[in-house]
Design a protein around this ligand. Structure first.
Ligand code: NDP
Length: 322
């Protein structure tokens, strides 16, 4: 990644139906690493690889400077697909939502009120179909998605345990985010034994963010008819040779439903999601932890930090505050 300076005209090209944006907050997301590699068999599935030499694309919160489309007006605040630049021209057909509620922090639209929030909501409520009293395990639990899944599970009346990679994160899960229990997976040499300790009666729902060794151990601890919404497998994204999972046969023995999902299939639920989550935020019933990096020049380190767990909470990059 490199920072490039260039002079641009802050004007829409004549007759353009694009939208000219001033980027305020950018979202650092694990999937961005995957777009830097070729993912076999996904060409037409909504995961287009980055083009070397072009700005990274990603989610962000922006202000509309000019619009060639009737859906947007100068001065509107929007969240959606933009580029890692100070100013961006984006197609009016790209994922772009007008921000109507500004009594909450604008940066929330990169996290709890944006793509990660929708991911947690869709993965937990739509894919996992949770029931009161069920046992839920979440990996990468203190991150942008995981911290919400845990809180959704508590709101549903579930018992929820999270794993994370440091003592600070474990304390956060137990003391601020309301998880019943949490552990540092880096200090647990035998994850199978650890999970047996926290789930003596087994796991009903495993919200999969990590993959690899965690998934291997989880499959040994699932209950009959358990569900595994497969959200991500961050432990695998930097490996040239992904790890094999050795315990998959448990899908059969325990009749487990393991289902991959992508948030972009669920954006039609966004208005319903907002209706659900905004009152919870305003009443303090759901909290959200952010990790803020300042300035585009600090973007590469913030993004790379996701893969070693440097971020505590949703990693946001501030480009401008207004
Ligand atoms: P996070 O904010 O959780 O940041 C990533 C975290 O992953 C790090 O902080 C780190 O936390 C953890 N991590 C890094 N390496 C490993 C590893 N080897 N093993 C276990 N954990 C690791 O990211 P998000 O909440 O944004 O994303 C979580 C997951 O959800 C990712 O897998 C992502 O790809 C996926 N996702 C999927 C979407 C979909 O549509 N399916 C949409 C959005 C996200 P720690 O210190 O705890 O290790």
């Amino acid at each position: 990644m490199e920072i490039v300076e260039s002079t641009i005209t802050l004007k829409l090209p004549e007759g353009s139906n694009e939208v000219l944006l001033k980027n305020l907050y950018l979202s650092c997301d694990p999937y961005m690493r995957n777009l830097m590699s070729y993912i076999e068999g996904t060409k037409d599935e909504g995961f287009p690889s980055y083009t070397p030499g072009s700005p990274l694309t990603g989610f962000g919160v922006s202000k509309v400077l000019e619009s060639g489309h009737t859906n947007y007006e100068k001065g509107d605040l929007v969240w959606g697909f933009t580029k890692w630049e100070e100013y961006s021209l984006v197609a009016s057909t790209s994922i772009l939502f007008k921000i109507e509620h500004t009594d909450v922090p604008l940066s929330y639209y990169t996290g709890i009120l944006g793509m990660p929030g929708m991911t947690a909501y869709a993965g937990f409520f739509e894919v996992a179909s949770p029931k009161k009293g069920e046992n839920v395990f979440v990996s990468a639990a203190s991150g942008a998605v995981g911290q919400l899944v845990g809180q959704f599970a508590k709101l549903t009346g579930c018992y929820v345990v999270g794993s994370a990679g440091s003592k600070e994160k474990v304390d956060l899960l137990k003391n601020k985010l309301g998880f019943d229990e949490a552990f540092n997976y880096k200090e647990e040499p035998d994850l199978n034994a650890t999970l047996k300790r926290y789930f003596p009666e087994g796991i009903d729902i495993y919200f999969e963010n990590a993959g690899g060794k965690t998934l291997d151990a989880v499959l040994l601890n699932m209950r009959v008819h358990g569900r595994i919404p497969v959200c991500g497998m961050i432990s695998q994204y930097n490996l040239t040779q992904p790890e094999g999972v050795t315990t998959l046969a448990n899908l059969i023995y325990k009749r487990i439903r393991m289902e991959g999902f992508a948030v972009f299939d669920f954006y039609h639920l966004y208005p319903k999601f907002l209706e659900f989550i905004l009152p919870h935020i305003r009443e303090g019933k759901i909290v959200y932890v952010e990790d803020i990096a300042e300035g585009l020049e600090n973007g590469p380190a913030a993004l790379v930090g996701l893969y070693s767990g440097r971020n505590v909470g949703k990693q946001v990059l501030v480009v401008a505050r207004e």
